[in-house]
Each structure stands twice: as structure tokens, then as C-alpha cells.
Design a protein around this ligand. Sequence first.
Ligand SMILES: *Cc1c(COP(=O)(O)O)cnc(C)c1O
Length: 462
Amino acid sequence: MNYISTRGTAPVLNFEETMLTGLARDGGLYLPETIPTLSADEIAALGGLSYEETAFRIMRPFVSDSFSDDEFRGLIDKAYAGFNHAARAPLKQLAPNHFLLELFHGPTLAFKDFAMQLIGQLFQAALERSGERVTIVGATSGDTGSAAIEAFKGLSNVDVFILFPHGRVSEVQRRQMTTPSESNVHALAVTGDFDTCQARVKDMFNDFEFRDRVGLAGVNSINFARVLAQVVYYFSSAVSLGAPQREVSFTVPTGNFGDIFAGYLAKRMGLPIDRLVIATNQNDILDRCMKAGDYTPDGVTPSISPSMDIQVSSNFERALFEAYGRDGGAVAQLMDEMKAGGFKVSQGALEALRETYDSGRCSEAETMATIKRVLASSGELLCPHGAVGVKVAEELRDPAVPMITLATAHPAKFPDAVEEASGIRPALPPHMADLFEREERVTRIEDDLSAIEALIEERRGS
Ligand SMILES: *Cc1c(COP(=O)(O)O)cnc(C)c1O
């Protein structure tokens, strides 16, 4: 399987190279040259399988010869062994024909663990084989950072540097990043918002001299391996509700568009998905773009669903690439316009997007009200991100088609907002019960590329 860049000019790579590279050298994001499909019989045969076996069958065609079947199976098993639910991604019913996909039973209590635990295993296997050492840098709105640190801490051929927006993540999220004591883990609190952190990470990737000197690798959802791992739970949940005989729809609380793009891939692979619904918080650029075709960021407003406080949505570039008929030149031009403030999506591309995606937004007050109402009607305590999804799903769903809303984090990651909304303070699970007693280790740093690069050079092992 070959991988190509959304901007059309970076070298074509295989799976392992794509995973270790992250961002393409032309600034684009990698995608498979062709999207493999599963027949209706192959999809039906997933019924009743373990999550791990489903994961193997879904991802195998994308990985081709980068890992042998036995090795890949073994790495998948290890990746999900630390989850504390036997189903890995259990489905709960909220209301007639409305289901919640709980994606928060991994070690850091957010859906990011599904991909990060797996790529931790895949990186380790690939680096052990080659003897190489890499420096992983990632930007986080809160959950990617803790998931990456959990997956890579203590590994001998990896340093991991996480840039998070100072003062804009929840205390649980911050402590998950600052309390691991392994010396290859480095949490950097950057002055700015998530978009600032993500821009500095992209700058480092575009500084080729630095990139090559420190062996930069990226684990943000610009990394295709992350998106791929998330395709699996679209299949496992849809099949448990009757796919491929029965169509389902999904609503996805969205920020950087990685999770929902995995749903698009599942649909292209043959899973009968009716609608993919984009759910945003008050940082609603994706909803506005779907409605009016104009993508012009106007600054992030902090919300109670901080993991979606994003205006520069990286993976939307992948959706645009598809909507523009895989025209890398057209995408490169849009991204140039973006540097000058924003861009307009062509009418044809907008229609192509609307064939697949619906969209809605949820205000802060609606998020709080939804947490309270869903607790009363179903007993389910939602985190604010899941609540954004449920609210938008209720508004847009077709009652005749099963709707699966993704619950992207555990409520205990956001105890203040959840308590204010519901009166219940959700407790951390036992393995994290002493989080507030652990010692923190964090470096405060200004939004200054050369200072960040100098710090990484100084701190990384060799
Ligand atoms: C990362 C995250 C999101 C947004 O996911 P994207 O793939 O960036 O769209 C939503 N909810 C939670 C809890 C997250 O951690």
C-alpha cells in the first residue's frame, strides 16, 4: 500500500514510513493511494469477533508488508490489553434508536488511547528493527498529550515532547501530562491556545534541518496511523447494530477532524453509513464552513469542552482533498490562502462534503443542560464533549436510522463542568485515584519557535 500527500508533491511512502514521518514534506497529510474495501460478507463475518481480531482485519490491508500478520496481531493484543473494559468500545443505549459508543475505557480515559496505544507498539517494533532513535513532538488540546505520554513513556529509543496551551486544559488533563516521572517525557506549557501549539509543531516539521537532525516524528492526527486505528470502532459498533444489513449514522464531537475522518474511511471501505454528523462546540468553524462554504478562523474561545477548542482543523485538509477529487494542487492553493486569513470552498467541493457530512453546534448552556437531561433520562453521565455530540445528534438524526454518538472522554476528566451541570462529581478510576498527590514536572515556555527547538535539542537523549 502506497501513501500520497494531500498537497501532491511529497514522496510516495509505504505504511511504516508514513507512520514514522507524520507530516509530509510538502506540508500535506498522507492518505492511502487507494482505499481498500470489504465485501458485505467480510463485514458480516466481523459479528461476534473480539475487538482485537476486528482491528486486525480492518487495518491489515493498509499495513501490507510493513509488519507480518503474526507480529501485527501481537502488537494489537498488547495495545488493548491495558483497557479496563472487555469490549474495549462498548455500546450503550440512550433512547430508542440512539446509542452511545463509550471510547473512554483506555488508560488515559479518552478515545485518543485507541490509536496512541497501538502506535506506541508499532513505533517500538519499527525502531527496534532499525535501531533508530526519534524525537516525538505533539501539540495537544488536552487528551492527545496524555495519551501519547502514556504510550511512549519509558521507551528507550524515543523522546516525547508535548506542547499544551498553558492554562487552557483541565487540571486532570494537565496532571496526566506532568506527573509521569520517566526521563524521556517532557511536558511544555506554551503561552497561547491549541492552534498556537499546533502551528509550532508544523513549523518544526517544516524546518528540515532541525527535523532531520533530531529525527522528528509526529503523533498528532496528521499521522495517518492514528486515523486508521480509529476506523475500527466504526465497524465494531455498526456491526453490533446489524450492519451490513442495516445502515447506521454517527455523530462525532469534532475539533481536528481526525475521528470523524476515520468514519469517512469506514464508509469508503464499504460500511453502510448513512450520515456522518460533525458536532462542534462554540468554536464552530467547521459547522459554519459546512453551512456557508467559508473557512475563516476568528480566534478560539475557551469552552467547557476544551479538547475541541480548535479553529485550524488539520484533518479537514484530508476531507477537502477528497472533496476536490484528490487534486493536491487545489488543496495546496487553499492552504496558501489559509495563511493569508482563510479560504472559500468551491461549490462542487461543498456539495461533495454535504453528500457525506451534516453539521451542528452546541452552546455552553446547551452542553450543561444536555449533561443534566441525559443523566435523568438514561443514567449516563456524559463528559462535556459527549454532551455536545448527543445534543447535535438529537437535533439532526433520522429516527428510522440507528444513531451512534461517540462518547470521546470519561466525565472524570472534566469534573468541575460535570459537577456544575449534574450535581455529581465523577470519581477517577482506581489506577488514577492518587493523581492529585503526584508531583508535577512541567516547563513553561513562550510561543517562540527557536526557544522551543533549542529546548528540545538540549533535553533529548541521544
Ligand atoms: C481530541 C478530542 C476530540 C476531538 O477529536 P478530533 O479527532 O480532533 O476531531 C473530542 N473529544 C475529546 C474528548 C477529545 O480528546
